[in-house]
Write a protein that binds this ligand. Structure first.
Ligand code: ADP
Ligand code: MG
Ligand code: MG
Length: 211
């Protein structure tokens, strides 16, 4: 696979929508244990709206695409994850700009910009049992792969593996941000729903780049 075009990135968003739909019940089940049982339905509602917009009026640049994605998520997803995912995509698009094709270095920079946006907005640190526990290792693995000359597909595969490990690392953690933090020590022993959904996001990117 070559560098990522806007068409590939639309494929990413469509694949993420499919994975969210496929795992909606599981995400809500995770959120029922340490939250309020709406993470799957929140993201499904948001991604349904995103895909409807993107398919009605196909964006021609990454900046246009991710502006639509981010703004739609902010306006359709209630709860913490809407503004956090929205910020991720708005920052991602701001970094990717109007490039016709993004190489591994440029995509890694966009991923990092998105992660930085989530941290700026949500103020979570690694280890707080949130979505950034999956996103941070993914961005780190992406950059390491890109620095050693990996293709976008190989960088995405490395990021996917790191996201899965990061997701699983949230199980023993005590939540310090979001609703799960209300449980204190009782939040330990359970997977964070946001870390699970952001792993789907990175898996979707690896899948989209492989096709
Ligand atoms: P809500 O908690 O408002 O119902 P969701 O259930 O959709 O929203 O999303 C919950 C997820 O959001 C958590 O599992 C966690 O990963 C993520 N999250 C919550 N607060 C923060 C934060 N401050 N920074 C980063 N991620 C957060
Ligand atoms: Mg919730
Ligand atoms: Mg909620």
């Amino acid at each position: 696979a070559g560098d990522a075009t806007t068409r590939d990135l639309i494929g990413w968003i469509e694949r993420f929508h499919d994975l969210v739909r496929e795992h909606q019940a599981e995400l809500t089940e995770l959120d029922s244990v340490i939250g309020d049982a709406d993470h799957g339905s929140n993201l499904a509602r948001g991604m349904d709206a995103v895909v409807a917009k993107v398919q009605a009026d196909a964006p021609t640049t990454p900046a246009d695409l991710f502006k639509t994605v981010g703004m739609t998520l902010v306006s359709t997803v209630g709860g913490a994850s809407g503004p956090l995912y929205g910020t991720f995509f708005l920052r991602f698009g701001g970094s990717a700009g109007a490039a016709e094709a993004l190489d591994a270095t440029a995509l890694g920079a966009a991923l990092r910009a998105g992660l930085d946006g989530v941290v700026a907005r949500g103020k979570a640190a690694p280890g707080d049992k949130t979505m950034i526990d999956a996103l941070t290792p993914a961005a780190d693995a992406w950059d390491a792969a890109a620095a050693s000359g990996a293709s976008v597909l190989d960088a995405a595969s490395a990021a996917r593996d790191a996201a899965r490990e990061g997701r699983d690392s949230t199980i023993p953690l005590v939540a310090r941000k979001g609703r799960a933090s209300y449980l204190g020590e009782r939040s330990a022993g359970h997977l964070d729903p946001g870390a699970a959904s952001t792993t789907l996001l990175i898996e979707a990117l690896a899948d989209a780049l492989a096709t």
